[in-house]
Design a protein around this ligand. Sequence first.
Ligand SMILES: NC(=O)c1ccc[n+]([C@@H]2O[C@H](COP(=O)([O-])OP(=O)(O)OC[C@H]3O[C@@H](n4cnc5c(N)ncnc54)[C@H](O)[C@@H]3O)[C@@H](O)[C@H]2O)c1
Length: 253
Amino acid sequence: MQRLKDKVALVTGSGAGIGESICLRFASEGACVVGMDSNQIEAERVATTINTSGFRAYAQTGDVSKQTDCTRVVKWVISNLGSIDVLCNVAGIVTGGTLLDVSEEIWRRTMDINLKGMYYLCQLAVKEMIRQEGGAIINISSVAGLIGLKNRAVYSVSKAGIIALTKSVATDFIKKGVRANAICPGVIESPSWKERVNTSTDPEKALQDFIDQVPLGRVGKPEEVAALAAYLASDESAFMTGQALSIDGGKTM
Ligand SMILES: NC(=O)c1ccc[n+]([C@@H]2O[C@H](COP(=O)([O-])OP(=O)(O)OC[C@H]3O[C@@H](n4cnc5c(N)ncnc54)[C@H](O)[C@@H]3O)[C@@H](O)[C@H]2O)c1
């Protein structure tokens, strides 16, 4: 399918996991993809994979928690590719602990990367999308933003904030042709998730514990999240905005 033909898509967190899969899927659907990641090597690896497959992608190195990086990347997209039709905010970090464990430094870092970065990029992209009279924003939240997850206090706050940010953008700019939706994944098999399992004191038990949390009896794949993101980025979802969609093997059913 070529549902994103002639669209320019900016995807953050493009160097691994869900962000990488979204870049590959968007490109295979015909989009010109710009992948922004703080890890230059991985961002370039993903862009090269896409280009050698006959699709179109560029890598931009940048930290979403830095306004100067976000501004530079959006300016680059506009001046080199002419528009920004899809913004998919994926970059994020998982920080553990209950409220009692969260230092101010962990709070600040988690909120800066997971939430403030999306505020910067949504603000920059919405301005362009208003000018272009249309655009789609997809923000990756988490089931942690919807329900209580153990030991994920500040992470959950940041992910709930993403849902509120998404709904605000959707509400305020609906008449300008800008749609915004959030995706709330459950456990997804990404490199950082695998590392969390493998570095736990008992990896086999940790893996089983994750699987036991999912009514469907397995963890999800990044490609499954990418398929939903492609639908939300495309005009097929033109009647949908302001939603927070769970993709979680039944965790929040
Ligand atoms: N994997 C899961 O189980 C799961 C579940 C729910 C939500 N999510 C969310 O999905 C998103 C991606 O998670 P994942 O597990 O696929 O990713 P990951 O941790 O495997 O990869 C994240 C990518 O984001 C990049 N990144 C991190 N901080 C950045 C920053 N400040 N600026 C730019 N790039 C940055 C990393 O370099 C990396 O390439 C995150 O927002 C995460 O919270 C993941």
